[in-house]
Write a protein that binds this ligand. Sequence first.
Ligand SMILES: [Zn+2]
Length: 177
Amino acid sequence: MTSPGAGSGEPVETDISLKWELRGVGLAVCGIGDRDRRLSLVPTDLWDGFADLLYGMTNLYGPLATNRFFFDLGADEARWVTRRIEPGPEVEVTVLLLKDMMTSPDLPDSAGEVMWRSRRPRTAFAHAAMNAAQAVLDEYGEDGYLRLCCHPFPTNALLDLRRLHRRLDACAACHRT
Ligand SMILES: [Zn+2]
């Protein structure tokens, strides 16, 4: 697969990088970054974090301006909050750290510590997530993913995200390929 904008010398519209790296059975690292800051998270394998991430990105196209999903980091919660900036096209994605998963789901966002935040056009987040998912699928296939992650690859989430992104975002990176 191509990596959009890499080495092209053109303005990089999709300047969000998102990676989901499988590092062995039940171990994955999620990395997200923009030009300024990067964040790496290691969710536990009990939760299907990759599917939550992809469905979280499809929610950028949904009726609600604000959506949330979370990663279980073991002891703590990484809460993702996505917020559409009306009238668009930008969205703000914030990753909060909330201590103690036993109690944190009841806590408001304001109780969390901001680990990462970026405000970019929706197309940048969607394109990065779509590419991250396709890269995992290309490398491992659905069977390999299931063996390593003990969860089915979130194929439907990827298909949804691709359909929404291609239909509703004027993505220069997609049109180049
Ligand atoms: Zn695209």
